[in-house]
Design a protein around this ligand. Structure first.
Ligand code: NCD
Length: 308
């Protein structure tokens, strides 16, 4: 991998991404064994530093490190000195003085992991920064798509909902295009990014044309915690206009898969009849999350061949 850190999908060439996804397959197998541990990162230290809430990402990074036998420390803002007014710079300098090999960071400010990466010796992984990027989510989504479809080349991927506030949409769009898919972004006009052309995707202000003939439908959560103003009249109206239900899903290909990064707002962006159907690969995404994060940690902290 050309970069020492994983801050953005822009840090990866398509070859880097494919190599990571291929090695994630071996880690995916490992997680299905009864003994889910390899000695690969014995003696390495990983710090997970989470300034924002998380269930999936945090748990999967922790499991990923532990399954590779690294020493894993989890710090959440609720219990750190950041609560006492310590600056991000001082927090990370303090942690870096303890010689971690990898620092995984989630932060509400776009660019925070990049700021940290310039100031520490550890390799830094962005686990989601503000409205900017969430590269390991894009990798786990690509892994899940590859599992279902074999390859991303030529696929039509619709990403629908609150695109403007979604780091998942941004990282996903960049990675899926790198891997040969075409991406459609759909959402209410107020939830489309200001310069969608810069992402190279097709953009729609209705969900139906984005769904037509799609191979993959990815629904996004309404980012209620990030919505400074009013972006739609009511949640009911949003659900009516943009929610995915089984009738709407008929517009997509018959074998289209449905994805969601979680957490789900059931009845808003996705209905139970879709979320609980066999078209949904939402839990496969969660499973892929552990495998892909093992591949990333292994890459940044390990080097060499994977020993399983
Ligand atoms: C996403 C995130 O935090 O960006 N969730 C996740 O990592 N699984 C998406 C979201 O919160 O909507």
């Amino acid at each position: 991998m050309s970069s020492r850190h994983l801050l953005s999908i822009r840090d990866l060439t398509s070859e880097d991404a494919i190599t990571l996804l291929d090695s994630a397959s071996a880690f995916w197998e490992l997680s299905r064994r009864s003994i889910k541990k390899a000695p690969t990162l014995r003696g390495k230290t990983i710090i997970n530093l989470f300034f924002e809430n998380s269930t999936r990402t945090r748990t999967s990074f922790e499991l990923a490190g532990k399954r590779l036998s690294a020493d894993v420390i989890n710090i959440s803002v609720q219990s750190s000195s950041a609560k006492k007014g310590e600056s991000l710079r001082d927090t990370v300098a303090t942690l870096d003085a303890m010689h971690p090999d990898v620092c995984v960071i989630r932060h509400g400010a776009s660019g925070a992991p990049g700021f940290v990466a310039e100031r520490v010796n550890a390799a830094v992984v962005n686990a989601g920064d503000g409205l900017h990027e969430h590269p390991t989510q894009a990798l786990l989504d690509a892994f899940t798509i590859r599992q279902a479809k074999g390859d991303l080349e030529g696929l039509k991927i619709a990403i629908c909902g609150d695109v403007a506030h979604s780091r998942v949409a941004r990282s996903g769009t960049l990675l899926f295009q790198k891997l040969g898919a075409s991406v459609r972004l759909a959402g209410p006009r107020t939830m489309l990014p200001p310069q969608p052309e810069s992402l190279g995707a097709e953009v729609f202000d209705r969900i139906e044309p984005a769904l037509e003939g799609a191979d993959v439908v990815m629904m996004l959560r309404i980012q209620q915690e990030r919505l400074a103003g009013t972006y739609f009249a009511t949640l009911r109206e949003y659900a009516r206009e943009f929610g995915l239900n089984s009738t709407r899903l008929e517009l997509a290909k018959r074998d289209a898969i449905v994805m969601h990064p979680g957490p789900l707002n059931r009845g808003i962006e996705i209905n139970d009849d879709v979320a609980d159907s066999d078209r949904a690969v939402i839990l496969n995404q969660v499973e892929a999350g552990v495998a892909v994060r093992m591949a990333v940690l292994y890459r940044l902290a390990g080097g060499g061949e994977a020993r399983l």
